[in-house]
Ligand binder design. Structure first.
Ligand code: UDP
Length: 361
């Protein structure tokens, strides 16, 4: 292993999620997380190479485009579902390139919530840092992540304490939270009479509760995000034919923050333990308070009564009550608090420290 000492600049290989090209929305929060970390580490003088599925776009960041069949997303599989790998798998191709090029790098960082990179870890000569983007979803993943956590102490990173707690080996995980470039988000002092919901449109995200709460409150809801499950979306439309909702599509960050900033609040209604909840910080960055179920990462981001309201999980009544209390929150405080806690530079410090620790520096 190469010996490195801080502030030695690192040669880093980032291996992206195999569920979709970067920029497509298919990868959920991982896409922005990878972009923010890569941009910050590159700014600090580290040398980055990113392997990602063909069709990826991250602006100026250097991407090696890897062809192949995309991997199914883990949150759509059951707990007992076995590992699948198709012919011409992009996941296999990504890790074949990582294996063959590993000697060019000090360290590899894995952004995929997939079995293969964990399984391969002991066979690599270079250390692999695994940034796990979801909580416990399947037995086979729990088993392989735990094996790596034990054999390679400190190599498993997570985004929140709540996410770590979903794993029986949670105390072996390193909590890194997330970081954002606040310069990319404009503060909006005076909102329109609208609420917002942002995320992949998929059952684990619980959009129907936000729609119900908007209808009961009489405040229109704007919905932003990748339409992952069309049947689910149509069911919501049929269940709430009179709801004042507008689907605004999957927007690029610049456009998203402009639209999102005009909302009175972001509704965050996941059914699952959200690992972090990028959209919560993005809303706060625009001065938009978040009304979130007291569950998972969002409950660690929102400061109840200051930057939003935390509500009993799965309670539409709770959401409605919180919406009626929005005037008690100060939008400037939302932005300032989030900026103090989740800046990209603080995230850069945490990532660098993690990598140097793994390299034994
Ligand atoms: N997002 C986006 N455009 C949209 C809606 C969402 O770029 O119109 C991004 C958003 O910036 C965030 C991600 O989608 O980074 C959703 O991530 P989150 O952590 O909230 O949830 P996940 O999809 O990972 O479960």
């Amino acid at each position: 292993m190469p010996s490195v000492n801080p502030p030695h600049s690192l040669k880093l290989l980032f291996v992206s999620t195999p569920v979709g090209p970067l920029g497509s929305g298919l990868g959920g929060g991982v896409e922005l997380t990878l972009r923010n970390i890569a941009t910050e580490l590159q700014r600090r003088g580290h040398h980055l190479t990113i392997l990602a599925p063909e069709g990826s776009d991250l602006g100026d960041l250097p991407i090696a485009q890897i062809p192949g069949e995309l991997q199914p997303t883990a949150q759509t599989q059951g707990r007992q579902t076995p590992v699948t790998l198709s012919a011409h798998s992009v996941l296999a191709n990504l890790w074949e390139v990582a294996r063959s090029r590993q000697s060019e790098f000090d360290l590899i960082c894995n952004f995929a919530y997939d079995w293969l990179p964990f399984y391969l870890t002991p066979f690599f000569q270079r250390p692999i840092a695994h940034l796990v983007s979801m909580g416990s979803l399947s037995d086979v993943m729990d088993e392989i992540i735990e094996r790596v956590a034990i054999a390679f102490p400190g190599s498993i990173g997570v985004h929140s304490r709540a996410q770590a707690a979903t794993f029986s080996f949670g105390d072996r995980c390193r909590c890194l939270f997330n970081g954002f470039d606040f310069g990319a988000y404009e503060f909006c002092e005076t909102p329109d009479h609208t609420l917002a919901w942002v995320g992949r449109i998929s059952p684990e995200k619980g959009l129907e509760d936000a729609v119900a709460a908007s209808q009961k409150s009489g405040i229109p809801l704007k919905i932003f995000g990748y339409l992952q499950d069309k049947d689910y979306w149509h069911e919501i439309r049929e269940t709430y034919p009179d709801a004042a909702i507008a689907y605004c599509g999957f927007l690029e960050t610049k456009q998203l923050q402009r639209e999102l900033g005009r909302s009175r609040a972001l509704l965050v209604t996941p059914r699952w333990v959200e690992a972090f909840g990028n959209v919560v910080v993005e809303a706060l960055a625009c001065g938009v308070p978040a009304i979130a179920y007291r569950r998972g990462g969002p409950a660690e981001i929102v400061s109840d009564g200051e930057t939003g309201w935390l509500v009993e999980p799965d309670s539409v009544e709770g959401l409605v009550e919180a919406i009626s209390q929005l005037d008690r929150l100060d939008r400037r405080t939302c932005r300032d608090r989030a900026e103090g806690q989740f800046s990209v530079s603080a995230m850069g410090d945490r990532m660098e420290k993690w990598f140097y620790d793994l390299l034994g520096a």
